[in-house]
Design a protein around this ligand. Structure first.
Ligand SMILES: Nc1ncnc2c1ncn2[C@@H]1O[C@H](COP(=O)(O)OP(=O)(O)OP(=O)(O)O)[C@@H](O)[C@H]1O
Length: 363
C-alpha cells in the first residue's frame, strides 16, 4: 500500500529562495508495520525500526523528520512517545536508552556527538563527573550530561553487522539518556554540527545524510529476559540537479557525493524489489548503514517527499517510481531477545573481553 498524505498543513508557506515550492507532498511507504506510532512501540518490543525521508532537494525531508519548534517532526515526536511508553511500562520492565548520531558527508562518516571544546554542554561539568564515563561494547559510552571535551576521540568509525543482521557504528560517541528532554538535547547538539548550506533550491539545504540511532535494552522485572530495540531515524540529503541548485565548487562536490550515494541506494532498492540474488550493499557507506533497514531485520517506514510544481515534474516522477519500488521490498523481521541466562553469559563474555571485574556475575 502506498498512501499519499498531504504533508502540507502549511498553507501560506512562502518560498524564500529560487525554486522552493509553495507546498510539498509526502508519500508514505511502510514496510512491515502500520505507522510511525506503532513503530515506536515495536522498538520497545525488541525490534529494529527505521524511519527515513527520501526525496528531491527542497521537498521537505528535514521538515518531516525534524520539523520546527512550532511543528515538531518525526524525531522529536518519536523521542517523546518513546519515553511516554517507557514510563507507562515502568512496573513491567527497566529500560536503558542510549543514542548516537552521525552524518555521512562527502562519503565520510562524521560523529555528530563527538565532544568538542566548543560544546556548551561540555563546559559546565566538573572533572569528578567526567570520571563516571564508561566504555561499552566497543563504542564510547557516557551519560549525555557528562560529555568531556578531551576524551572519547575515537580513532575510527566502522560500520558493523551482528549475527542477527543488525547494523551499528563501532567507535561512535554513545550518550546514555534517561528522558526525552535529554535525548532531545543530545539531538539538538548534534544538529548544530551537521553540514548545511544555502542553494537555489533550499535556503538551508542538508549537505549530508543524517542518521540518529536510539538503542534500548529492555529487561523484564519478572523474568529477567532482555530485549534489544533499535530506532534509526534517517534524514537523507536530497538528490539535486546542479543546474537547478546553482551549486558552488564545494557544493558541486557535495552534490556529486550525495547523488552517487543515492544512486547506490537506488541500485539496492532495485535489486531488492526485483528479488535479485545479489544486492550491492557494499557499493556505498549509505547502503551499508541501511543494510538492516532495507531487505534486512527491521520494520521500516519511508517518507518519500515530492514537489507538486510542474518545474520539478521529472524529479517527482523519479521519486514516485522509487516509492513504488521500495514498497515491493520485504524485510525479514525478528525480535532481538535473550533469556536471563543468555544475557548473564553475554555480560560475562563482554566483561572478560574488557578485562572487567566478574564478582557480581558469578555469585
Ligand atoms: N510542511 C511544511 N510546512 C512549512 N514549511 C515547510 C514544509 N515542508 C518544507 N518546508 C520548508 O521548505 C524548505 C525546504 O524544506 P526542507 O529543508 O525540509 O527540504 P529537504 O527536502 O530537507 O531539502 P534538502 O534535501 O535540500 O535538505 C524549508 O525552509 C522548510 O522549512
Amino acid at each position: 500500500m502506498v498512501r499519499g498524505t498531504p504533508a502540507n498543513q502549511h498553507q501560506g508557506f512562502e518560498s524564500q529562495v529560487g525554486y522552493v515550492e509553495a507546498s510539498t507532498l509526502c508519500v508514505q511507504v511502510t514496510l512491515s508495520s502500520r505507522g510511525a506510532r506503532a513503530l515506536i512501540q515495536s522498538t520497545l518490543d525488541g525490534f529494529n525500526v527505521t524511519i527515513m525521508a527520501y526525496g528531491q532537494t527542497g521537498s521537505g525531508k528535514t521538515y518531516t523528520m525534524i520539523g520546527s519548534e512550532n511543528n515538531p517532526g518525526i524525531a522529536p515526536r518519536a523521542f517523546k512517545r518513546l519515553f511516554q511508553l517507557i514510563e507507562a511500562g515502568h512496573s513491567r520492565h527497566t529500560v536503558q536508552a542510549s543514542a548516537y548520531m552521525m552524518e555521512l558527508y562527502n562519503d565520510k562518516l562524521i560523529d555528530l556527538l563527538r565532544p568538542t571544546g566548543n560544546n556548551e554542554l561540555t563546559k559546565s561539568k566538573s572533572e569528578s563527573e567526567y570520571s563516571k564515563e564508561i566504555r561499552k561494547e566497543g563504542a564510547y559510552a557516557m551519560s549525555f550530561s557528562l560529555i568531556h571535551p578531551l576524551v572519547f576521540q575515537s580513532e575510527k568509525l566502522d560500520i558493523k553487522k551482528d549475527k542477527k543482521g543488525s547494523v551499528h557504528v563501532q567507535g561512535a560517541t554513545v550518550c546514555s539518556v534517561s528522558s526525552a528532554g535529554e535525548l532531545m538535547r543530545a539531538f539538538q547538539q548534534g544538529l548544530t554540527n551537521r553540514h548545511t548550506a544555502a542553494t537555489k533550491m533550499n535556503v538551508e539545504s542538508s549537505r549530508s545524510h543524517l542518521i540518529i540511532v536510539v538503542c534500548l535494552t529492555i529487561t523484564s522485572r519478572q523474568t529477567g529476559s532482555v530485549l534489544k530495540g533499535k530506532l534509526t531515524l534517517v534524514d537523507l540529503a536530497g538528490s539535486e540537479r546542479v543546474s537547478k541548485s546553482g551549486a558552488s565548487a564545494d557544493q558541486l562536490r557535495e552534490a556529486n557525493s550525495i547523488n552517487k550515494s543515492l544512486s547506490a541506494l537506488g541500485d539496492v532498492v532495485s535489486a531488492l524489489s526485483s528479488e535479485s540474488s545479489f544486492v550491492p550493499y557494499r557499493n556505498s557507506k549509505l547502503t551499508m548503514l541501511l543494510q538492516d533497514s532495507l531487505g534486512g531485520n527491521s520494520k521500516t517506514l519511508v517518507f518519500v517527499n515530492v514537489s507538486p510544481v510542474a518545474h520539478n515534474a521529472d524529479e517527482t516522477l523519479v521519486s514516485l517510481m522509487y516509492a513504488s519500488r521500495i514498497k515491493q521490498i520485504t524485510n525479514s523481521v525478528s525480535r532481538n531477545s535473550d533469556n536471563k541466562e543468555i544475557s548473564r553469559l553475554k555480560s560475562i563474555i563482554s566483561k572478560l573481553k574488557k578485562g572487567e571485574d566478574l564478582d557480581e556475575d558469578i555469585t
